[in-house]
Ligand binder design. Sequence first.
Ligand code: SPV
Ligand code: MG
Length: 288
Amino acid sequence: MRRLRELMDTRPVVRVMEAHNGLSGLLVETCAIERNGRREEFDAMWLSSLTDSTAKAHPDIEVVDRTSRANTITEIVEVTTKPIIYDGDTGGITEHFTFLVRRLERLGVSVVIIEDKIGLKKNSLFGTDVSQTQDTIEGFCHKIREGKKAQVTDDFMIFARIESLILNAGIPDALARAKAYIAAGADGIMIHSRQKNGEEIKAFCAEYAKLDRKVPLVAVPTTYNHMTEEELGAIGFKIVIYANHLLRAAYPAMERTARTILENHRSLEVDKECMPIDRILTLIPGGK
Ligand code: SPV
Ligand code: MG
């Protein structure tokens, strides 16, 4: 749990990849490359509501219940060691959020990020194409305060996710919320945007930098994906989350394979696309 704080203190940018089951968690745990004599790997895992729900063929509307999402965490922590950042959606109503905090602490999660929306939550990347309602500043501050009171360890963190840019409420609203959420005890701020060119996020960061009281900033560069970790770090981000990429990569590969077998009435043609049987048998340690 504490490792994430250490990484935030020592890394210029903490690099986080989504995981939605034990196998994807194991990949985030072990995947590494060597570049200029240096090892590069992911620092932590994002337990995305989008990929956890999609992997269960459910929409990302908080319909996958907490016990089921907790089972995903358990599945992952049994085979990994890296810190977990949990996508807590809206956190639910405040009275329920306090129980979620305790459960996540017990499971060894480092951070829960909750977003400032109420009612039926839809995925943020829909933006204003669907109806979504932002919580009041007072309402969300109350949730943060109660969550902070509920935690039993000093290591657990609650980050507040601001949806103002997603909902076209503007940068001044986002900043007012950042100030209020920090005052209410948020340990970090996630500012979300679905704009492609990244200008909105840069403008927010320039204003955020002027605040007297700041906490670490989190980016989810799914749409403004031309920006590198270095560029995001330079404008003030401490954590960069690749929120959905492993599942988005896996599904088209599975679909291609299924279609090719349907077309050929055999699997010979897909063999070169699939990992060798030897490899899948030994991919998970302890099977032999
Ligand atoms: C998720 O990964 O579930 C997120 C990030 O909440 S986003 O899908 O961009 O809203
Ligand atoms: Mg989510």
